[in-house]
Ligand binder design. Structure first.
Ligand SMILES: Cc1cc2nc3c(=O)[nH]c(=O)nc-3n(C[C@H](O)[C@H](O)[C@H](O)COP(=O)(O)OP(=O)(O)OC[C@H]3O[C@@H](n4cnc5c(N)ncnc54)[C@H](O)[C@@H]3O)c2cc1C
Length: 290
């Protein structure tokens, strides 16, 4: 439970940090809240020579809304997300997601940038970030680029980030009027990680039919995914029980679950079906009440 020796660095600018990462692509690891990296280091599953702390770099924290887009700094903690008045009013499903991450300690230290960069297949944010069509902004020695959430999660613990890139912020468009959203999760009883978690976003036409739907799923494979066939099958429907059940079945077909000591692949597929229906039902009720 004691990490191998490492050198601690505390850069005060993004250019200093990215230059160091570029010079040490194999040996350096960024440190944000430390709630995924430090446990791995204690188990010696990660043995970086250099820990590059992001906490002294200005401009990586905070939440603001500009021109219909909510921007969340990478170092913003889960607690800051769930308690933000901007997030609660404009993106309540993101607050709902942050509220069910881990426990109080984890929510006070863990950051949105760290969670996305770590790409744990059982993490909560990826499902919601996918369903909200978010973008991830990263800076490297080559400059800044914006990555769509749908292109960001590549595989187990693997993202589209280059070795010298640092996430600086997440950009999330405020959903159009008539939209409702919900995150529903079956948590592991000890860690609270998602055995399966589903985020659903639906927009209704004035006549009550579904204009658009987005479904993000975490916990049911090596990475979080969108359930595209389930989404398109809902468009034009009244989101009645039969339509939701069809979407649940289509979502269960969209995943490639793995079995482990926590749940079999078959049980995870069952959970995807059930939690897709629950998330869609709650999202539709919220859309109708707006
Ligand atoms: C007991 C426990 C329970 C938990 N339960 C849950 C849960 O229910 N749901 C859930 O989603 N998560 C859970 N977590 C994980 C938690 O949310 C972590 O805080 C989060 O996944 C990582 O964020 P961090 O800021 O701690 O990142 P760190 O641990 O500091 O870093 C994680 C990785 O991301 C990289 N990184 C960090 N910031 C950046 C950046 N800005 N740009 C590029 N790379 C970066 C680091 O180099 C490292 O590889 C749990 C953790 C613990 C310890």
């Amino acid at each position: 439970m004691i990490p191998s020796a490492f050198e601690y660095l505390a850069p005060t600018s993004l250019s200093e940090a990215t230059a160091f990462l570029a010079a040490h692509p194999e040996d350096a690891k960024l440190l944000a809240g430390g709630h995924s990296l430090i446990p791995l280091m204690k188990l010696r599953l990660a043995t970086p020579k250099y820990l590059v702390d992001l906490q002294h770099i200005p401009g990586l924290k905070g939440i603001r809304e500009t021109d219909g887009v909510v921007e969340i700094g990478a170092l913003t903690t889960h607690y800051e997300v769930l308690s933000s008045s901007v997030v609660r009013e404009r993106l309540p499903v993101l607050a709902e997601t942050a509220e069910v991450i881990g426990d109080v300690q984890v929510r006070n230290r863990g950051t949105i940038g760290g969670s996305l960069a770590h790409a744990d297949p059982a993490a909560d944010y990826p499902a919601t970030i996918l369903a909200l069509d978010a973008e991830i902004v990263a800076v490297g020695t080559g400059g800044e680029r914006t990555i769509k959430a749908t292109d960001f999660f590549v595989d187990l613990l693997t993202t589209a980030l280059k070795p010298d890139e640092i996430i600086t912020r997440v950009r999330i468009p405020v959903p159009a009027p008539g939209t409702g959203a919900s995150y529903q999760k079956f948590p592991h009883p000890a860690s609270r990680y998602a055995i399966v978690g589903v985020a659903a976003v639906v927009r209704l036409n004035p006549d009550g039919t579904c204009a658009a739907a987005a479904i993000g799923i975490t916990g049911a494979g090596s990475k979080a995914v969108r359930a595209r066939a389930a989404e398109s099958g809902l468009v034009g429907s009244r989101l009645d029980d039969a339509a939701l059940q069809r979407a649940g079945a289509a979502a269960a077909e969209a995943v490639d679950p793995v079995g482990d000591i926590h749940a079999s692949a078959e049980y995870r597929r069952h959970l995807v079906r059930e939690f897709t229906v629950r998330a869609l039902r709650a999202a539709a009720e919220r859309a109708r009440s707006r």
